[in-house]
Design a protein around this ligand. Structure first.
Ligand code: BGC
Length: 508
């Protein structure tokens, strides 16, 4: 994911700066947090389709899976099995809320170190798990790592990135999420061939990115905004000079100080969000998160191997297909990296909605016609389904994936940016949890119709992008309010022109 909050000091103006090695290295180290998140997304599907893992923790599912009479669509329907995947996201919701405070109080760097520590212990617990309790406790700690990381890392990257490279660095964070998913899929493919404890290797290797982030974060400098926010102006100025690679940073620094002063006066940013003029941004960012999850993407990311096995592919072929969708996911994200500022946000979202809709409907029809409760789908059709799922993932990767994070990060005015963005991150985690927890049960009850369910949501989100979402391409961040006041619908939410993004602080 590429959740970004613009730095308090960033008003969209260009200040003297170079894209220094320092910024690149710091961003890469921080982006390992994205890799950590992606690894988690990708690893659970493969592990939950491994027989050794099922035998040890989910005996009932193992038996069901191998019972010839079992309904194709219900083989994996088990609340506990789903809890294994979903518990992580529930814990992430709570922890990103805690992290929004630690980020402010202890800084982005410390919060990233906390993320790495939680993640490391979670991975160790999972690899050593001897019972379900240990397994779920490990997932909860991994969730804490994801919650802390997803709140701090994007904030960190956008605060150190020079304004003109922010968009690109932004989506690179999502790119690392997709690489994390892909690596997890490859590791699952490899470990599934290791008898007995392959799953332990899959789960334990999550510790590697945690170590890289933990050690790497010792080397990086805290962001100037965070230092100033905590009253360490001198250090903030030094840090800004270092990361910009030029001495002439006074103007940018003054902006950071000014913006931080205003932001610090807002004692209750969440209360500011309740104002009528905040509703359009709040609605759009929350809707984007819900829609992103209701594309059905995580059905593929979490359960692709399980889904492919449901269609009758052998477990090797199923894991291999997950690797293929992972490659497509990473490669297609590059289209967003280079296309988002050229084509604009809405065009990508609308085009991809059409593409995803067509592939979901055809997959639904094929399964409806060919996959009954107890048969095997003809091999040729199974491959067509895999190809269609690739087309679907491609569309998602250059649109609703990265833009679901980019847009909420750029539409809020400064005084509600962090609070508004927190609402976006937590909504995303809640809906990720819902999909992870409910999908296998929905598949069992709705069967092939589940694809029509997601297709219906895609129609709704396409209409949302066409009618309700304003285009934000190329609009400086401090001029963003104009897109709302000129929008045919959202302008009714403003009594007068909301030209200033800085509103008076709320008092008790
Ligand atoms: C979403 C994740 C999803 C990933 C797939 C992200 O933007 O937030 O839920 O698994 O994209 O690449």
């Amino acid at each position: 994911m590429a959740p970004i909050i613009e730095s308090a000091g960033d008003t969209g103006r260009d200040f003297p700066s170079k894209l220094t090695l320092q910024v690149v290295v710091c961003s890469l180290i921080a982006a390992v947090g994205g890799f950590m998140f992606g690894y988690d997304i990708g690893i659970s599907g493969g592990v939950t389709s491994m027989d050794d893992f099922l035998l040890k923790f989910f005996h009932r599912v193992y038996e069901k899976k191998h019972r010839a009479r079992e309904d194709n669509y219900c083989k994996f329907d088990d609340q506990l099995l789903q809890l294994f995947t979903s518990s992580l996201y529930l814990s992430a919701v709570v922890c990103c809320w805690v992290a929004s405070f630690t980020c402010k109080r202890y800084g982005r760097k410390r919060t990233m170190q906390m993320a790495a520590s939680f993640f490391f212990v979670g991975a160790a617990l999972n690899a050593a798990a001897v019972n379900l309790h240990m397994l779920i406790a490990g997932r909860i700690l991994l969730g804490a790592g994801v919650g802390f990381g997803n709140q701090a890392v994007p904030l960190f990257i956008s605060e150190i990135a020079p304004a003109k490279h922010r968009g690109m660095l932004n989506i690179c964070f999502q790119l690392l999420i997709t690489v994390g998913i892909l690596v997890a899929n490859l590791i699952n493919y490899w470990t599934s061939g290791i008898p007995g404890h392959g799953w332990r290797i899959s789960l334990g290797l999550a510790a590697v990115p945690a170590v890289v982030l933990g050690l790497g974060s010792i080397l990086i400098s805290e962001t100037p905004t965070s230092l100033v926010e905590r009253g360490r102006k001198e250090e903030g100025l030094k840090s800004l000079r270092r990361i910009r690679g030029v001495d002439d940073v006074q103007k940018e620094f003054d902006e950071i100080v000014e913006a931080t002063d205003v932001a610090n006066q807002i004692k209750h940013p969440f209360r500011n969000l309740k104002r009528r003029s905040s509703w359009p941004m709040l609605f759009c960012s929350i809707a984007l998160q819900i829609f992103q999850q209701f594309t059905g993407i995580n059905v593929i990311m979490f359960y692709a191997p399980v889904l492919f096995q449901t269609m009758g592919l052998g477990s090797d072929a199923a894991l291999m297909s997950a690797v293929i969708t992972g490659c497509i996911n990473s490669a297609s994200t590059l289209v967003a990296v280079f296309g988002v500022d050229r084509f604009g946000r809405r065009k990508l979202l609308i085009q991809a909605a059409a593409q995803m809709l067509v592939s979901q409907v055809i997959v639904g029809v094929i399964l409806q016609v060919f996959l009954k409760a107890s048969n095997s789908i003809p091999r040729w059709y199974a491959y067509v389904v895999v190809a269609l799922i690739c087309v679907f993932v491609m569309g998602f990767a250059w649109s609703w994936g990265p833009l679901g994070w980019l847009i909420p990060s750029e539409i809020f005015p400064l005084e509600t940016r962090t609070a508004g963005f927190f609402c976006a991150v937590s909504t995303n985690m809640i809906f990720t949890f819902i999909i992870a927890q409910a999908f296998l049960t929905m598949l069992c009850h709705m069967k092939a119709a589940i694809f029509f369910f997601f297709a219906a949501w895609i129609v709704v989100m396409g209409a949302f992008a066409i009618f309700l979402l304003p285009e934000t391409k190329g609009i400086p961040i401090d001029k963003m309010s104009q897109v709302w006041s000129q929008h045919w619908f959202w302008r009714t939410f403003f009594d007068s022109l909301p030209t200033s993004s800085i509103q008076p602080p709320t008092t008790n």
